[in-house]
Design a protein around this ligand. Structure first.
Ligand code: ADP
Ligand code: MG
Length: 335
């Protein structure tokens, strides 16, 4: 049906030449991208890259200064109210009302969004389990630790199923198990039809969760693509092989076109290939088989998201962005 086709290609987020400055400091410097309905899309970038600034313009928390942003078909400047009604947000900062219990807070949020009572109760149970706050359901939110508040904030953001869900560093400071459960849950929300835009400085999060990723640095998008595409742009994969006759294998592969370099190892050797390794591998196997060489071990390694990030930004961000979050938790915990 024409209707279906139109939806399948509809941009849920459309951003063109977006700029945002604080005074004369340009935090977002002319970014353009679009997110299709049903996608999980990530901004991957270090602390200070401009991720939160960009997301805040998209959710109408910051006024649009320059460029264009359309969410679910609504222009953020012309139709901010419709934008707000189309979206959900999981925020970086802790903004919890303090005189409600954990359960009341979620219940209130569900009522605010006109969720039917059964659905509310069901979802509250499911989310309290997800963020492991079941034992705290009747606790006043102000008595929660900083980490618990953070998790409750996430649960609140996931109560409804908006057209577009914005998550600003959703798993920052969470323990690895909770992060992994969060990813699964976010994927589930996405399968129910919600388009997802998230920011992160975690390589693995961007890599495993998103359909497409924009690497953002100094307010600019450096590259956009699927994890696979980004890794392939580096132009090399590694293939490790062990055979029953490594010496002969090496001699045979020496002039194989896609192989850029050969590194002998203790029990085998590594081939550096200068295109997508999955395309090169069958030819290598064929050539060795034709020479009656038996392959005993084989594995293909694509570059990691870390490799991609370093390639495009010239640096590593593994630990950046952690400190501010930790400081916030401590503040929140201190009360
Ligand atoms: P990210 O979310 O990627 O860490 P931000 O969007 O928070 O990045 O910040 C981008 C840049 O803008 C940073 O250099 C930050 O210091 C600056 N910045 C953010 N908010 C403000 C503000 N309210 N006033 C002035 N500068 C800001
Ligand atoms: Mg941020």
């Amino acid at each position: 049906m024409a209707e279906t086709a139109r939806w399948a290609t509809e941009d849920m987020i459309l951003v063109e030449n977006l700029e945002h400055s604080y005074g004369n400091f340009k935090a977002v410097d002319g970014i353009s991208f679009s997110v299709k309905k049903g996608e999980i899309f990530s901004f991957l970038g270090p602390n200070g890259a401009g991720k939160s600034t960009a997301i805040n313009v998209l959710i109408t928390l910051l006024a649009l200064q320059k460029g264009k942003a359309v969410i679910a078909g609504y222009d953020v400047t012309r139709d901010p109210q419709q934008v707000r009604e189309s979206i959900g947000i999981v925020f970086q900062d802790i903004t919890l009302d303090r005189d409600m219990t954990v359960w009341e807070l979620l219940e209130f949020h569900g009522r605010l969004y006109n969720m039917p009572v059964e659905k509310r109760r069901e979802r509250i149970d499911e989310l309290l389990k997800l963020v492991q706050l079941e034992a705290k359901r009747d606790e006043l939110t102000k008595r929660l630790s900083g980490g618990m508040k953070r998790r409750l904030e996430i649960a609140r953001g996931l109560m409804t199923r908006p057209k577009v869900l914005f998550l600003d560093e959703p798993t920052i400071g969470l323990d690895p198990q909770t992060r992994m459960r969060m990813w699964e849950y976010i994927k589930g929300v996405n399968r129910e039809g919600t388009t997802i835009f998230l920011t992160t400085h975690y390589m693995d999060e961007a890599d495993q969760l998103s359909d497409r990723i924009s690497i953002i640095d100094h307010g600019k998008i450096v590259i956009t693509g699927t994890s696979w595409e980004l890794k392939n742009t580096l132009g090399h994969d590694l293939i490790y092989l062990e055979t029953d006759n490594n010496e002969r294998a090496l001699a045979i592969l020496e002039n194989f076109p896609a192989i850029r370099d050969i590194k002998p190892k203790t029990k085998g050797f590594t081939l550096v290939v200068h295109e997508d390794g999955t395309k090169v591998l069958p030819g290598i196997i064929d050539r060795l088989r034709a020479a009656q060489i038996e392959i005993t071990t084989i594995n293909l390694k694509k570059p990691s998201m870390d490799d991609v990030f370093i390639f495009y930004t010239g640096r590593d961000i593994r630990d950046e962005g952690q400190a501010p979050a930790r400081a916030r938790f401590m503040q929140a915990g201190r009360r």
